[in-house]
Design a protein around this ligand. Sequence first.
Ligand code: BGC
Ligand code: NOJ
Length: 803
Amino acid sequence: MKYGFFDDQAREYVITRPDTPLPWINYLGSDGFFSLISNTCGGYSFYRDAKLRRITRFRYNNVPADDGGRCFYICDGDTVWSPAFLPARTPLDRYRCRHGLGYSVFEGAKNGVSAALTVTVPIDTSMEVQRLTLKNESDQEKKLTVYGAVEWCLWNAVDDATNFQRNWNIGEVELEGSTVYHKTEYRERRDHYAFYSVNAPIAGFDTDRDSFLGQFRGWREPLAVEQRTSFCSVASGWAPIAALRLELTLAPGEEKTLLFRLGYVELPREEKFTALNVINKAPAHKLLAAFETEAQFNAALEALRTYWTDLLSRFTVRSSEEKLDRMVNIWNQYQCMVTFNMSRSASYYESGTGRGMGFRDSCQDLLGFVHLIPERARERIVDIASIQFADGSTYHQYQPLTKRGNADVGSGFNDDPLWLVACTCAYLRETGDFSILDAPTPFNNEAGTEVPLLEHLRRSVNYTVTHKGPHGLPLIGRADWNDCLNLNCFSLTPGESFQTCSNFESGKAESVFIAGMFVKYGTEYAALCDQIGLGTEAAEIRTQVAEMEKAVLAHGWDGEWFRRAYDAFERPIGSKDNEEGKIFIEPQGFCVMAGIGGEACGKKALASTERLLGNDFGIELLSPCYSEYHDYLGEISSYPPGYKENGSVFCHNNPWITLAWCKVRDGNAAFDLYTRNAPAYIEDKSEIHRTEPYCYSQTIAGRAAQNYGEAKNAWLTGTAAWSFVAVSQGILGVRPDYAGLVVDPCLPDSMAGCQISRLFRGTRYEITVRRGAEKGLTVDGQPIAGNTVPLTDAPLCRVTVTL
Ligand code: BGC
Ligand code: NOJ
């Protein structure tokens, strides 16, 4: 069953009813000011950092869910309704939500009045703009009372939700015309404020939540709205809000447009005030002036459209598969931008307060982003590397605002360092910009410790070399990619973090997964060394890689598949000899991608993977699921069977299997797996899958779970980047390389061919993939050997591949 449809022409998903199984959200903003917005106009905004600069309040775990956010009320006679259904919850005569790229539109209608609410964060603007157009579709004059309201968060979202003994004393606002300024803590150390404004004279306002809502009421039925009035309350402590009221008269057929603006301003300390505790509003005035008219708003929407048209034109495909095309050309790339911006910080499942920018997460997000805006990728790579320690290990996360490593989460995830090699090599192959390797990059952000970025990569690779266990395999540390495989933790205390606790540092537990990573990324590092004339170092690394391959084949191969790990007592995990957790997905993906054991092992491992882990939605993480908790395994066995790391389809590593199938040249198997969880392909199972049909979710409950097929953790997942890599570089086979663009499709038999357009180092490659007797590649009509199209200065290059 579906709750809407894809409009590919407009690059929108159109939701046709408000009661989607879960809130279906969108992201607004691309740098600085960000908003989450659901299909009923819920969500919140923040500036750069969802923990430290939260602008509007959102209650996770609220009942009813997704209440609050942007609250619009239209009072027409006895009826009060909201254009996006919430918060008023009055059944609408018409409802649609169109989520587009960087904007969302809500179209509601009730009793002869229609509303079109378009919300966006214009490019390079620290402000969300909400355009509300009301039209009288009836033949009677309409007198409408209209409210727009937001609830302020007191900046630090953790504090906001915990420190009430202080918070209920500090809330402050200022008023000026049709603008409410939120300035809590501005009197002392904050140099930033927010505002909410409308571009028309207001009839009244409220800034104190409890006055506006009235006792025993919520956002559904504020007292002020019920009475069609405003109390002109000025918040002093408690919960500051901004509620603006307007009175409109619409003749039959008449339409009026209002621009509501939610902005954020930072000021140099010495320019904060214009008088004692009176905030300097000049920057706000400037922002408002830029969005005073509809023409300005339309121009911003147009600029946004152009921005996305340009970005998305860097990689496009045209094929017989409509769903493939819409994933590749629109939604997968869009999600890659969102994961690049958010890492794992803020979604409807990530509270914005816990997990900032993950080291491994952000490195992997870059794999799907680097072709879009390489300059931003470059900056990110240096930021990430700056939380590395001198011994090559690294903090696991950092806060986007401060860019400092997060000590609460600590370090010791032994896969982390290698992901830096992965993303830097991806950047280099995409851009050829070797100057990044010279970028002075500190350790642990300490001034004076800067070394060239290349030295960080070197230490990353060496970290694995110098941290091996009894079988010559890499030590796992706190955990590897699988955060929940906590082999040195042994926690028996409720609530203890599995990722930081360690009661038994075995110095023995090893990861076959990291071994696979080392073979893959060690080889990539060696290739990089060759590029920059470090032949000796390349040879040394290749020797290490060969040794690791040997160790994997000796101790990591189980006969039919790759083992997962060795625990603290040197017992294998992910082996036929285990009762549960006999086979895991991760090493099958990485060891096969790395080519360990060649095609023979690869095909065997993948066949076992499909046979033992395959379900309708993809490949489960492990099987059989752990039926009880084991302290020697850690968090993985804490989840009920079929959920999360204990045997759900953890979507992030499914593309590894897709890529592994491509590695052994099985296009049918690769494509079949791709379609099992690509959102557009499962749109018609939305009542089961439940999360948004236009973005990947982290996890889909496995067969062992009660809610088999139900997804959770939409949006912020490494699935986005890896799926894009799998489909663009594996199935469609277009891979940037140092010497040129590799064109090596691995299509299923069901596809006769396709057209791919790829912008690469300033050249547009128009690639035709077709089937025919004369196999091979032509470049501008000339046959070439191999599958690397050499670099060229020409603006256009035509390539034909015959399969
Ligand atoms: C989740 C993982 C996550 C980890 C660390 C676990 O509960 O299942 O997916 O990576 O916490 O935050
Ligand atoms: C989510 C984390 O963000 C990611 O880093 C990790 O690899 C997966 N969980 C698997 O545990």
